[in-house]
Design a protein around this ligand. Sequence first.
Ligand SMILES: *Cc1c(COP(=O)(O)O)cnc(C)c1O
Length: 360
Amino acid sequence: MINVTKTFLPDQEKYLQYVREIWERGYLTNNGPLLQQLESELKDYLKVDHLYFCGNGTIVLQIAIKALEITGEVITTPFSYCATSNAILWEKCIPVFVDIDKDTFNIDPDLIEASITPATTAILATHVYGNPCDVEKIELIAKKHNLKVVYDAAHAFGVTYKKRSLLSYGDISTCSFHATKVFHTIEGGALISNHPELDEKLSLLRAFGHQGDESYHFAGINGKNSEFHAAMGLCNLPHVPEIIAARKEVFDTYDNQLNWDVLERPVKNKDIEYNYAYYPVVFSSEKVLKDVLEALRVQEIIPRRYFYPSLNTLPFMPGQISCPVSENISERVLCLPLYVGLPLTDVERISAIINSVLAP
Ligand SMILES: *Cc1c(COP(=O)(O)O)cnc(C)c1O
C-alpha cells in the first residue's frame, strides 16, 4: 500500500543511545537536558531567537492565544486543519472565517478588513502547504487595527521567505512536529515568538504557570514534552536537508509526469526556499476527484483530501459564514503521496493513473 505519507525514521541505534542516556540519568521530562539541546539546535537551524518545544502543534496554538491575551473575535482561514479553528473555540474565542485567495489558498488579505469589528483582537492564519501568507499585507492591517497576528506554521518547517525563516513572522508562529510532518518528534510542536518580553510567560504557560517549589504565577497548562520526544528530534534534525532534497525529487517527478492541461495547483511564492511538504492537485470537479480516488484506491494508493471540508462548514462552527472559494477548492483538492523513500517509478505510476482518469 502507498499512503499519502510515511514517517521518516532515523537510525535506531542512534535513538537507543539517547534512550540509554535517559535511563542513566533517570530524568524523563520537565525541561530536561535533551529538550534544552533540541531547542538550542532548532534555534540555530531556523535562525530564530525565542523557541519553546511543546507537546504538539495544537496546544501551542492555544498557548499562543493565551499568551497574547486574545479574546472575542479572531479572523481566521477556513482552509486549514481543524486544529486551527478548534484552538480558537477551545480558548473561548469566536472564529470569523475570511475566504482564501484562489491562487495561493491562503487567507485573502484583501477580504480581512471587511470582517473586522470592535470585537476583533487577532488574525490567526495558516501558511497552507508551507506557502507563505501575504505576511506584509497582514502586518499592515494588524498594525492599523491593533490586532495580534499568530501564524499556524505547522506546514512551514524549514521554509524561508525572503531569506528569513517563515516561522519568524507574526507575533507568534506555531509549528507541529507530528509524525506526518517534514520534521517530526513523534508528537511535538513549538512556539516561536518575536518578543523577548514573552519569554517567561511562554515557558510558564506550557508548564502549569508553576515555577520552582512554590511560585504559582497564573493558570497555565501542561504543554510540555519529554526527553524521548526530544531525542527523536535530535536524531531527525541533522537529516532535514536530505529529507527536503528527497521530497523535492518526488515533487519534481510529479511536476514532469502529470497532465497540467487538465489539472490545477496552488501558485507557489517566488521568494521562498520550499520544504516540499505537500503535493496538492486540484481537479476540475469533485466528481473527477472521486473518480481519481477510486482509480488509485483499487491500486492500494491512498492520497488524502486535505483540506476537506472547508472549516466554515463544520456543524459546530458559530455563524456558518460562507466562504465560496475555500468551499470550492476543498471539494476538488487532493494531496498525493509524498515521502522519503517513495520510489520514483511509483510516482510515475500514480501520475499515469491520474492522467488516464483525466483524459481517457
Ligand atoms: C498538523 C497540523 C496541526 C496540528 O498539529 P498536531 O501536532 O497534530 O497537534 C495544526 N495545524 C495544521 C495546519 C496542521 O497541519
